[in-house]
Write a protein that binds this ligand. Sequence first.
Ligand code: NAG
Ligand code: NAG
Ligand code: NAG
Ligand code: NAG
Length: 220
Amino acid sequence: VVHFSVWIIFILTLTARLTVSPSSSQIFEGDFVSLSCEEDDSSAGWTLRRNTSKQQRTQCGDGWGKPAGSTNSSCNISYIDRWDSGVYWCESREGPISNMVNLTVTGGSVILQSPVLPVMEGDDVTLLCKTKTTPSNLPAAFYKDGSLIRKQPTGHMTIQHVSRSDEGLYKCDISGHGESPSSWITVTGEHTTTPPPTSTPPPPSTPNPASTPDPAAVRT
Ligand SMILES: *[C@@H]1O[C@H](CO)[C@@H](O)[C@H](O)[C@H]1NC(C)=O
Ligand SMILES: *[C@@H]1O[C@H](CO)[C@@H](O)[C@H](O)[C@H]1NC(C)=O
Ligand SMILES: *[C@@H]1O[C@H](CO)[C@@H](O)[C@H](O)[C@H]1NC(C)=O
Ligand SMILES: *[C@@H]1O[C@H](CO)[C@@H](O)[C@H](O)[C@H]1NC(C)=O
């Protein structure tokens, strides 16, 4: 339900969305990751690009990743490296870009599994603290903006009814294993805590995107 609402917003305003599988903004070095531009207009010709600390705007297949399928709109990275950390997005020939996703690849032994997409105000968010070598469910401590917020015996923490004040830089720590990198969690206020009971999406904040180009979707 959470993700359905998020997708609706992206389809209305951006026309393509970037999904990441497994869905986590932090990844262990050596893991397999699959990225995909999902579109509502297959003629748009979306291409996956990224910026890392070494290179900007490189597309999948151009020194990183392996195009998966017949188009350039999905990409597999079979052994992700810490230099693959960066911001990823889909771009169409016409210029518009999708949502952006920050990926952090660590050579360490702990990750914080946090949402890759902005979280809607009012939704619940679950963060999972994982080690590379042990099955999950080890006790973990969670930090926001450098301060301890909770210790959880099961390694996961749910923030209920997130609000703007929950936005920040999160990390976690598992005793004897180490600390995760930090990830930014963004909270957006696109809908209220009581969405309509029907499947009607919330009204877009911009004029009908089908008839007018949406300036928010165009990056210069
Ligand atoms: C990627 O890098 C280019 C060149 O430095 C910059 O203009 C662009 O804003 C960056 N894009 C993102 C999404 O960070
Ligand atoms: C990419 O990964 C998917 C699984 O996520 C797999 O089904 C597909 O065959 C892979 N494609 C290539 C070209 O490696
Ligand atoms: C994928 O990108 C390459 C390099 O830019 C290009 O030559 C090729 O035509 C693209 N393929 C598709 C299906 O867009
Ligand atoms: C990516 O990470 C940087 C640095 O933490 C942050 O400023 C930026 O807002 C993030 N972008 C997204 C799309 O999450």
